[in-house]
Design a protein around this ligand. Structure first.
Ligand code: HEM
Length: 418
């Protein structure tokens, strides 16, 4: 396996993905510390509280979305044979995203309506500008692969997601949505996860999983079906009219799309050449299992709705936790590759250089993975049991996992030839 799998001659300088990954990991740790604070609220079934919404968005906007933006900046030349169209704009987007998240998350618990609105508007600008940059990059690509279609769909929903976000942010102090608030939140969450996060995961995994697992020549029809289903499901959910007439089929299509993605991912894991699965790919697999559990919980949780808040929270924990572990696993693959490519690759043939996997300790990576998995599972159990103690203790274990991973990745980033 060569580092060319994630980098080519037209890849951006290390600084662009590097700043995204550093900020993403910072948000992961801060989100996990926030989770320790709000865990008892979650166990009591309180989800729609401003400080809980703040913690949720440290994960979704700070960790998941910043990681996605960074990975796309790095990965586009490999995935669609085109470097990000405007590199300077990707830096602007990054700055807006970080500033927006800080303002939004800081303002929510303090009840500052102005801060919440400014933060939401700044994040929306980042989403829109990234969508334009991504669409312009894709427009220049010569071939239209599965990855291309997945990312094209994601660029549309990147522009739609902030509309829901801003409406919900305004609603927090003006209450214009009335009883429609909770349905709108459900649409918001599923358009963002299905239309942006899962579509990007399908597109990127289509290239990265075969490479990281050494699983080549695997039938990729399930991945193609996943893209079509996720796109149409998110589109139906994005239409905020028609009540259950658009929401129910939209949700079913999204669920079927996620199932197709899981079938595709399973095929990659099953057809891998190397039997040993490294800690990064183990963590990614745990994330996929979490998404499968979310798929099973979804009909129960969403049909019970506010009548069973604990189940609703457990479902969201499975969904967002599944995505989080999948992303966290990929840091152990992508960051060592990048550091090797930029710092050690040019020395090949001139002097001995370490192998990519020698840039980090597999043991420390396994410890981080174990803590993340155990903490996350414990949190879900704590919420279902309604036990604030179990939820908080588990959140502490999860937070320890994020800290161990952040230190390990920071150490990889510091590796230089002697
Ligand atoms: C422009 C970006 C976004 C803005 C401005 C925004 C804003 C909001 C607001 C204001 C709420 C609270 C609604 C309420 O309690 O009435 C909310 C809920 C939620 N959002 Fe977002 N959001 C954005 C993007 C995202 C993304 C990308 C995701 C997922 C990947 C996401 C996931 C969620 C979840 C899970 C909830 C429910 C959390 C809870 O109620 O505790 N959001 N969002």
């Amino acid at each position: 396996m060569s580092a060319a799998g994630v980098s080519t001659a037209s890849s951006p300088p290390l600084r662009l993905p590097g700043e995204h990954f550093a900020a993403g990991l910072g948000a992961f740790v801060c989100g996990a510390i926030g989770l320790v604070l709000v865990a008892p609220d979650l166990a009591r079934g309180a989800f729609f509280l401003p400080h809980v919404v703040a913690v949720v968005h440290l994960f979704t906007l700070g960790w998941i979305m910043v990681s996605i933006f960074g990975a796309l900046c790095q990965f586009l030349p490999v995935a669609v044979d085109r470097a990000i169209r405007w590199e300077w704009l990707a830096h602007v987007t990054f700055a807006l995203q970080v500033a927006g998240v800080l303002i939004f998350v800081g303002a929510l618990p303090t009840g500052s309506a102005r801060g919440v609105h400014i933060g939401a508007a700044t994040i929306s600008a980042a989403f829109l500008l990234f969508a334009i940059n991504l669409a312009a990059t894709l427009a220049g690509a010569r071939t239209h692969s599965l990855t291309w279609w997945a990312l094209a769909g994601a660029s549309l929903f990147l522009a739609i997601t902030p509309v829901f976000g801003v409406v919900l942010a305004i609603n927090l102090d003006q209450g214009l949505l009335g009883a429609e608030r909770f349905v709108t939140i459900a649409r918001h969450v599923h358009v963002a996860i299905g239309g942006v996060v899962l579509l990007v995961m399908v597109g990127v995994a289509h290239r990265l999983l075969p490479m990281f697992l050494l699983a080549h020549g695997v039938d990729s029809r399930a991945g193609g079906i996943a893209v079509g289903l996720l796109f149409s499901g998110a589109l139906l959910l994005a239409i905020p009219i028609g009540g259950m007439v658009t929401a129910a089929p939209g949700a079913i299509l999204l669920a079927a799309g996620l199932l197709a993605f899981l079938v595709q991912a399973l095929a990659f894991y099953r057809h891998r050449v190397r039997r040993h699965i490294d800690p990064g790919m183990r963590l990614a697999a745990a994330g996929l299992i979490g998404l499968a559990a979310a798929l099973i919980a979804a009909p129960l949780a969403l049909s019970a709705g506010l009548a069973n808040p604990q189940l609703l929270i457990a479902y969201h924990l499975l969904l967002l936790g599944g995505v989080s572990l999948f992303v966290a696993g990929h840091y152990y693959k992508i960051v060592p590759f990048l550091i090797w490519y930029h710092r050690f690759g040019p020395l090949v043939g001139l002097r001995p250089v370490p192998k990519v996997h020698e840039l980090y300790s597999a043991r420390a990576a396994s410890i981080a993975g174990g803590l993340l998995m155990a903490g996350w599972l414990g949190l879900v159990v704590g919420v279902i049991l309604g036990s604030p103690l179990v939820a908080r203790a588990s959140a502490l274990v999860f937070a320890a996992g994020t800290i161990v991973e952040a230190i390990a990745v920071a150490r990889i980033a510091q590796r230089r030839p002697a």
